[in-house]
Design a protein around this ligand. Structure first.
Ligand code: C5P
Length: 232
């Protein structure tokens, strides 16, 4: 899979997500399904969106003992998603177990991506709540290299970290970057943002874009603009 724009479908119900996807007639955007929609509608929502011909990033961020994650990934592998993810904080052993569970009998599997540290965690909470005393950037790079060693395909990271992740884990290790905004758009609650064109320049492999597309007056035009800037 090459560079692509992944649309974060952060909707609360299937009615809302289909009202959004119905606007797309020619394009079939790669969509991200998160916890809210998955927990509201269950696995059938994944099957339905897949049947409509979309690629899917199932963003459930698994984090549990290796055996439980392995068995859960085995279930998720039957849904036919293209990308799924977990927390690198679950340890290298958990990531290896996840890969085993995700691999189908025919040897194929969805791409598996790690979350390093959530962007909502800052240096202060890293130290005070988690008792991790290293600088955030070092923690992120360490978790990314654990993910690479475990055999995962990439990490979710800030566009500002994408280059460093490629330097540490290799050019082929995928960087999926949220926090993307158009140059003339609203930043909202995101703090460190980049435009799609900048994300392309610094080597992001996939950008995850939510509100700049889902809340746009013309979502299809916003999606096309994003693809034109990022994929070219
Ligand atoms: O609407 P917006 O473009 O900010 O949406 C970004 C999407 O990426 C949301 O689904 C959000 O949960 C997700 N995300 C993020 N920052 C991270 C990880 C995921 O914004 N570090």
């Amino acid at each position: 899979m090459g560079k692509d724009v992944i649309v974060a479908c952060d909707f609360a119900s299937k009615e809302d997500v289909f009202a959004f996807l119905d606007k797309f007639q020619e394009e079939k955007p790669f969509v991200k399904i998160g916890m809210e929609l998955y927990y509201a509608e269950g696995p059938e929502i994944v099957r339905e969106i897949k049947r409509r011909g979309h690629k899917i990033f199932l963003d459930l961020k698994l984090h549990d003992i290796p055996n439980t994650v392995k068995k859960s990934m085995k279930v998720l592998s039957t849904l036919g998603v293209d990308i799924t993810n977990l927390h690198a904080a679950g340890t290298t052993r958990m990531m290896e177990a996840a890969l085993e569970g995700l691999t189908r009998p025919d040897g194929t599997r969805p791409l598996l991506i790690a979350v390093t540290q959530l962007t909502s965690t800052d240096q202060e909470s890293l130290e005070k709540d988690l008792w991790i005393e290293k600088p955030m950037e070092q923690v992120v790079m360490h978790y990314a290299s654990n993910a690479a060693k475990a055999g995962l395909d990439g990490v979710v990271c800030s566009p500002l970290e994408a280059q460093a992740v490629h330097n540490t884990c290799g050019e082929k290790f995928l960087t999926i970057t949220p926090g993307v905004r158009f140059a003339d758009g609203d930043i909202g609650d995101q703090k460190r943002v980049m435009t799609p064109a900048q994300a392309k320049e610094i080597g992001s492999d996939y950008i995850v874009v939510g509100r700049p597309i889902t809340a746009a007056e013309d979502p299809v035009a916003a999606y096309k603009r994003c693809v034109a800037e990022f994929v070219g």
